[in-house]
Design a protein around this ligand. Structure first.
Ligand code: SAM
Length: 290
């Protein structure tokens, strides 16, 4: 192990130790009979998941599909409307215009939620059993499949997922149909254009997963637009909250909310907002850093 890896390990371990009291504080809510209790149970379950045999079969099928995509030697061409890299200096207009990319499919698939974070997504959908869920950033369909696997367990749920790259969306469709899921719609286009119509057509939204362009200029707007069309009680799950300086500021903006967000869970790479439209005041914040 080199010095850099060692330093990283020490920092991670210190972060985990510092977060222990926060995990205990969250765990105290596990028996609450309300949404905060459900949030606590979902997050704690996902940290050390114990799926039953049927759930495990579904998850293995998704991971097999991920492996197939990661092993592919094909390439895919698409227009990327995202920030592309954490230090990107693309303007809002340039992102809207998009960047045409031809890259190995394996690289596109590598942008999918790693399994450790996907368990949080799975567990929240499993616990909250949304009737209507939306996703921004379908990519090749891995995170959508995790949400479907959870919906299969809870026995309800429809997902509308949005993707800018047409060829990427086609691969996602193959992923989802291949896994036997069909209660979905993939809306192809820029989030800036498609989100308002998707929200209007599907409100009230019970669950939203935001994993699209990762830009400061747009993500806070998406949060506000989703909040406006969210059910009175809902969950908004954000990915890559520390991916760039802009995403850190956006997440801070969300944590600084003064109404409608009852609690916020910061899991370092991903963050969860518990929406309660009757809530007034700042959210209760849990910084868990697993
Ligand atoms: C990080 S990947 C999503 C990964 C996926 N949620 C998963 O975990 O399986 C982000 C996706 O969002 C799409 N995207 C980025 N910016 C977008 C925008 N402004 N409008 C539409 N799609 C966008 C990209 O094409 C890419 O496929």
């Amino acid at each position: 192990m080199n010095i850099r890896d060692l330093k990283r390990r020490v920092v991670r371990s210190a972060r985990r130790t510092r977060a222990l009291p926060e995990w205990r504080r969250l765990a105290r809510h596990c028996d609450d009979g309300d949404d905060l209790g459900r949030l606590a149970r979902a997050v704690i379950w996902a940290r050390d998941p114990s799926p039953d045999a049927t759930e495990l079969t579904r998850i293995h099928a998704i991971e097999a599909r991920r492996y197939e995509l990661l092993s592919s030697d094909e390439s895919v061409s698409f227009v990327d409307h995202g920030a592309i890299s954490p230090d990107s200096d693309l303007s809002e207009e340039e992102m809207y215009e998009g960047t045409t990319r031809t890259i190995p499919l394996s690289k596109v698939a590598a942008a999918s939620k790693p399994q450790a974070d996907a368990w949080y997504l799975y567990s929240l959908v499993r616990e909250f059993a949304p009737r209507t869920a939306i996703e921004m950033g379908t990519c090749v369909g891995i995170s959508a499949a995790y949400q479907f696997a959870a919906m299969a367990r809870s026995g309800q749920g429809r997902l509308v997922t949005m993707e800018g790259g047409e060829s990427v969306a086609k691969i996602a469709e193959e992923t989802l149909r291949g896994l036997g899921y069909d209660n979905f719609e993939i809306v192809v286009g820029r989030h800036q254009d498609t989100l308002p119509a998707v929200l209007a057509a599907n409100a009230p939204i019970d669950f939203a997963f935001v994993d699209g362009d990762h830009a400061e200029s747009t993500t806070a707007t998406y949060q506000d637009q989703i909040l406006e069309r969210a059910a009175d009680r809902a969950v908004i799950f954000h990915d890559d909250i520390r991916w760039s300086g802009g995403m850190v500021r956006t997440w801070q903006h969300i944590c600084d909310s003064r109404s409608a967000v009852r609690a916020v869970v910061d899991l370092y790479t991903v963050g969860v907002c518990l929406v309660d439209k009757s809530h007034v005041g700042p959210p209760t914040i849990f910084r868990l850093h697993p």
